[in-house]
Design a protein around this ligand. Structure first.
Ligand code: FES
Length: 104
């Protein structure tokens, strides 16, 4: 279940629909971006903040953004992939929402 306030800032336009996971939550699940989950809230918050300013960050940009968070489990590769996948998903969601509704 999505808890939007946990991953949204006032500038964030990504949202949860119908009880679905937020895009960054879904990406961490899909890309196996967590194991024990201890570091995950911080990784998601930092990743969300990065994606607000840079929707398609490079590996190095993600690694720099998350450098203040220590993960003892994953080796970071899947966390980086999850944040990048979330950026793509959020861009797709925003593009879909910006398409004007067809006149009826
Ligand atoms: S998933 Fe265990 S510390 Fe990051």
């Amino acid at each position: 279940m999505c808890r939007p306030t946990a991953v949204r800032s006032p500038r964030s336009r990504a949202s949860c629909k119908g009880g679905a996971l937020h895009p960054i939550q879904a990406a961490f699940k899909e890309e196996h971006g967590l194991q024990c989950g201890f570091c995950t809230p911080g990784m998601m918050l930092v990743g969300s903040a990065l994606l607000e300013d840079n929707p398609s960050p490079t590996d190095d940009e993600v690694r720099w953004a998350i450098s203040g968070n220590i993960c003892r489990c994953t080796g970071y590769m899947n966390i980086v992939k999850a944040i990048q996948a979330a950026g793509s998903a959020m861009a797709e969601q925003q593009a879909a929402e910006s398409v004007p509704a067809a006149a009826s």
